[in-house]
Design a binder for this molecule. Structure first.
Ligand code: SF4
Length: 516
């Protein structure tokens, strides 16, 4: 019985931007008795069905964006006599759908790291169960990925997870509902061990693929202090100390390493944390800005963010600490007006964010927004390719609408067109060149331009393009650009690199030492 793990994608580029971590984690969860699993990432190349034999197990991880392709693979694999198992966020939300459309024998809900061995044992006996409950495992049970199974010279950035879960509750996001609001933080030893392994292979750039790297804010700590909640305070201090300990360990890694993560804007109020990030070579962070107005932030339950001048100031704080921001902005909120688009672009420029993404509000399954939208659509008979709009991920890619949520004053076309204009303006060559001043040498500025263009084209390819011709142009660019870009990120392998022992340092940051 051979195990195949498949990351579905409707387009293959030969080179990937970020390693799909789940593939190599589930590979690590596969017991040795089944041999090394075949790991197939369709962002690199299509799955070769002739390699799948009767009695094999095909594990397919899906999110809503690639579920349709995943179901296609599931049906084909089952036709070849294999056991088909679906996991991932979408299969956790809609297990029955994977059975109906993907010919699944089994689905796994929640974290797969621990339950996977039981799924395989049942398949080996010929008695897979229809549903498995992986639950939310403890941080100590997260498995390190089996990076040695990765095809060489295929990805630009590696990915390592340091924490799962986010304490916030944004209405458009499913992370806090899927991974929970209690941060599950890995010990620094295992994280650093994995990063060293990746650096030995030549990866200089690593994404800390966390739901929210800044899981404890200063305000959380102050609130627990004011409330005299000793238990909560000890818990928060422990988590915060863990972050500083990890960053101190990262700081001891080779100086050419670059990390990128995802944090909330509140980190701008925490200079000690930003300084630690800089020392740890965390040079960039995705910050969810969403809206530049207080009304917009209220609409998405993100009042903890800033708006207007205060927002500009906060974003500039990251830059002052050498942390470059990839700002994520959202259009199509009910509070948006035609002038919001240009105001957002202007603010992004003024705040000095290095990169930006401008996404259209979409009701993603598992979110509060989706629940509300689905309810509001109960009496709407709209079907495309015989699929109701509320199951849009089952509609063939080319037929899917680009905007789903009705807006009080703008049409879907207008929102889409104005969003496109903001992308074009922000990523015009002259704007990119101006922004490239955030790096020093000419070589780095050219690299900045290349990466900006790649980022723009990859997004164009995922639905921002205005028509099928521009989407196909974007796909061609996205095929051509990654190869030279990967070389920019590659480092010389360091096979002899040792795991830093960790110099003694105070685990508790100075700012917390006065508390209680
Ligand atoms: S959008 Fe970010 S901050 Fe909000 S819940 Fe999701 S991960 Fe947390």
């Amino acid at each position: 019985m051979r195990v195949h793990l498949v990351n579905p994608n409707h387009l293959s580029f030969g080179t990937g931007v970020i390693t799909p971590r789940w593939l190599y984690v589930i590979a690590a969860a596969t017991p040795q008795e089944y041999g090394d699993p075949a790991v197939i990432d369709e962002t690199l190349k299509r799955v070769d069905l002739t390699q799948i034999q009767s009695g094999d197990v095909v594990g397919i991880g899906i999110h809503s964006g690639n579920a349709l392709r995943g179901y296609e693979i599931g049906r084909m694999a089952r036709e070849r006599g294999a056991y088909v198992v679906f996991g991932g966020t979408h299969a956790s939300l809609y297990p029955e759908e994977a059975h109906t459309f993907g010919a699944a024998h089994a689905t796994v809900k929640g974290d797969g790291d621990v339950i996977w061995a039981s799924v395989l044992a049942d398949c080996a006996k010929g008695t897979p169960q229809a549903h498995y409950e992986g639950g939310r495992i403890e941080a100590g049970q997260f498995l390190p990925a089996r990076w040695e199974l990765m095809p060489p010279k295929s990805y630009m950035w590696a990915s390592v997870q340091t924490v799962r879960g986010c304490p916030k509750h944004c209405s458009f996001c499913s992370v806090w509902r899927m991974d929970g609001q209690q941060p599950r933080q890995r010990a620094s030893d295992v994280v650093v061990q994995e990063i060293v392994e990746l650096r030995r292979m030549g990866f200089r750039f690593v994404v800390l693929a966390d739901d929210n790297f800044y899981s404890v804010t200063l305000e959380d700590v102050n609130l627990a202090t004011r409330q005299k909640d000793a238990h909560r305070l000890a818990e928060l201090k422990g988590l915060r100390a863990g972050r500083f300990e990890l960053m101190a360990r990262l700081a001891e890694l080779p100086g050419d390493m670059v990390f990128f993560t995802q944090i909330t804007m509140e980190a701008a109020e925490d200079p000690e944390f930003l300084d630690a990030m800089r020392r740890a070579h965390i040079r960039g962070a995705l910050v969810g800005i969403e809206s530049v107005t207080p009304e917009g932030l209220k609409a998405v339950f993100k009042e903890f963010n800033s708006a207007g001048k205060d927002l500009v100031h906060r974003l500039q704080m990251f830059r002052k600490h050498d942390v470059h921001v990839l700002g994520s902005f959202m259009f199509g909120l009910s509070t948006d007006r035609p002038e919001t688009f240009e105001a957002t672009r202007a603010l992004a420029e003024e705040a000095g964010v290095a990169f930006a993404q401008f996404v259209i509000l979409t009701p993603f399954p598992g979110t509060v927004d989706f629940q509300r939208w689905e309810k509001s659509m109960a009496s709407d008979p709209t079907r495309i390719a015989d699929i109701p709009l509320t199951r849009y991920w089952l509609i063939p890619q080319g037929l899917r609408p680009k905007v789903y949520m009705p807006h009080p004053v703008m049409s879907a076309d207008e929102i889409h067109r104005r969003t496109q204009t903001v992308w074009d303006g922000f990523y015009s060559l002259s704007s990119i060149w101006k922004r490239s001043r955030c790096v020093k040498s000419l070589r780095r500025r050219l690299a900045f331009v290349l990466v900006s263009k790649l980022y723009r084209q990859m997004f164009a390819n995922t639905g921002i393009g205005t028509d099928s011709a521009s989407e196909s142009r974007a796909a061609n660019w996205a095929r051509w650009l990654p190869k030279p870009t990967r070389l920019l990120f590659q480092g010389a392998p360091m096979p002899g690199l040792q795991v830093p022992l960790g110099t003694p340092h105070p685990a508790i940051p100075k700012s917390d030492s006065h508390i209680m």
